[in-house]
Write a protein that binds this ligand. Sequence first.
Ligand code: ATP
Length: 276
Amino acid sequence: PSAMREVILEVPKVNWEDIGGQREVKTQLMEAVEWPQKHQEAFKRIGTHPPTGILLFGPPGCSKTLMARAVTSEAGLNFLAVKGPELFSKWVGESEKAVRTLFAKARANAPSIIFFDEIDGLAVIRGKESDGVSVSDRVMSQLLVELDGLHQRVDITVIAATNRPDKIDPALLRSGCFDRLLYLGPPNETDREEILHIHLRKIPCSSDVSIRDLACLTEGCTGADISLICREAAISALEENLDSSEITMKHLKTAIGQVQPSDIQSYKELSTKFQR
Ligand code: ATP
């Protein structure tokens, strides 16, 4: 049995315009991913090397996955995505093999991005095996070996995402591993206006719909919450009348009342604690 379902290679179609706010992170990601490939000589001349891995961290629903896909798409790369917990297999040896296979596939399809979602899932200590080494230890050492092998290559970038950087094995945050940390926080009012524009782009809205007012009313919401609100509003318009051809402010306000904003308070200290 294979340790994980086969990793699908894809070329995402997400553009920077599909992400509201987060301008600073967009620029930093582009620099971290594209510069090393485009300006190899410049890096050599100045005696430095680009980051090996990039860790995107922040509360749920604040565009970590979207960002990884967008930078891949904008830079024209191939995308290989796995979830941290998927790398575990109860079959001895299978998990390390899965990691090796993943990196081999990234090399065969370079230039590429490997995206580890829920990387904190690797820190979970599983039951110890007979020789005393846990599966997560094995996966971790294989991952460190693979990351080490990437130092000479600029055509493969590893991006990881987590809501809980405090749960990540510190070995992964050392220099030469995930040594660039980028925080994706909740949207402010202006960002929410942009996000609302994006999600209402394809939904016909009546003339009473004020994105300004909605941005104000969605205080405390994440991008994922706003996406849900827009979909709910469209559904309630249809529920009201199957012949509806547009949504009104009333539908949106009702949806805002129904959607429970994500709990992002508990993530507040993350940005200052881990930013570097
Ligand atoms: P999780 O930690 O739960 O995996 P995440 O940070 O990876 O969350 P995404 O999967 O990127 O969040 O976002 C979920 C959805 O929310 C996106 O598919 C998109 O529809 C919407 N969304 C989130 N942030 C934004 C944004 N800044 N602009 C536009 N849409 C957004």
